[in-house]
Every structure is written in structure tokens, then in C-alpha cells.
Design a protein around this ligand. Sequence first.
Ligand code: KIV
Ligand code: NA
Length: 264
Amino acid sequence: PIRRTTAPQITRRKGGDPIVSLTSYHAHTAAIVDQYADFILVGDSLGMVMHGMESTVGVSLELMIMHGKAVVRGTKKALVVVDMPFGTYEESPSEAFRNAARVMKETQCGAVKLEGGVRMAETVHFLTERGIPVMAHTGLTPQSVNVMGGFRTQGRDEDTWAMHEADARAVSDAGAFGIVLEGMVEPLAARITSQIPIPTIGIGASPQCDGQILVLEDMLGLNPTPPKFVKVYGNLGGQIEAAVKAYAEEVKARSFPGEDQVYR
Ligand code: KIV
Ligand code: NA
């Protein structure tokens, strides 16, 4: 059997061949992504994509575990990273450990991800020391949408760069095996990438990062209003619509089921 990619293997890719990642929430899509991605993120973006929520704030640990299990079962090679949802890790390192250990045990994933820099460094250290690889996530952090008042590209004002650099350095020093940089201007992503020894994984953070991640449904063309940083590689929305429309017409015309679909 092919052994899965590990968190330390991802860390060793710093500065080398770009790291490929996509999100997945679902066994059949994860099996396809598994052929090409170094790691697969079961992102809490599933709250919006799979469950129609307005933000990721409402996502529960149970929901993450349910989708995490599906993705682990559907894959063989890639490291599976599961997002810690809002409200399950911020209060204390021990709360974070208890919930992250549940995610690891119940899903059999290889790592967790959490949002925050300096403020989460102690927790990143606490988890890593106790056997849980942690990917950090800084820059635009969607779980803080209600404090930020919206989703805004970070680092447009150079006065904020030192803060963003300190956030990335803090989680790197604390033992994070990698860091997602979301929604930030290119020169800031370049500075952070050159300053820390762990790989940066960009989403809306320029090609200067050590790897890239996108939400699978966004790049497949299922999101009718994707953000600017998404390149849309597929037309799944259009293909699904055409298929559903053809099916509806054939049912109405009694041409489905046809000869091949009938038990004689
Ligand atoms: O939840 C998610 O999909 C993410 C990625 C966009 C990095 O956190
Ligand atoms: Na997320």
C-alpha cells in the first residue's frame, strides 16, 4: 500500500517544487484530487459550499468530522488536513487539544489547521508537542469575519506588514508544519515566504508562496460568483445544468428509461 504524505514531508518542500493542494469534502471528488494533490484540506468552507451557510462561523466539530471521515476513506496518498471550526480551539490550548485529538482519532486525518498567528502560537506549540501536526492560517482569516466586517485583502497598507510578518513567524516558531496565507498583496506574501522556514500555501496570495490551494468547487466552476483570486478551470455548473435539463426532458418525453436501462 502507498503510504500517505506526512506533515514533515510537506515541511521539507520549503523552497522546492510548488506544493499542490485543493479542498475536498466528499469521497468521490477527494479520490480524484488524491491523484494530484500533496495535501487535501477538508476546509470549513464546507459550511458555505456544502451547507449553504453565510460564513464559516456556524460550522460544528461534528460536521468537520463527518466530512473528514469521508475524505480520508476516499483517498490513499495525500495528507488529509482537517480545519478546526470556529469556537473549538480559541479558548485555551487544552480545549484545542481535546477537540483536535477528537478530529484526529475519529477521522484518521494526518493534521489539523487553525486560524490565527501570534494569538494562537501557544496553542500551536501545545498541540505539536503532544502529537498533533498543525497547519496555521493567517492573513485574511474568514472565521473573524464579524470582527473584520467583511472579507478584505490584507496588507494594502504597508503599516500592517510588521503585524502579518509577526503572525507568520510566531506560528512557525511554535512548530506549525506549514501556513496558509489567504487574501494578501503579493509583496507581503513574498516577504513572509522568504522570512520563515516552513512552506507558505497561498490562496489569493500570489505565486510567491511555496504552494497553492483553492476551494475545489470554485475552480471547477460550481460557484456562480467566485472571488477574483480563483481561476476557474472547469464548467461543472454548466455541465450539471445541461445534464439535469436533458434528464428532465427525457423523463417528460418517456424516453428515459430507454432500452438499455430496463430489466427484461
Ligand atoms: O476552509 C477552507 O477552504 C480554507 C482554504 C480556503 C484555505 O481554509
Ligand atoms: Na478554512
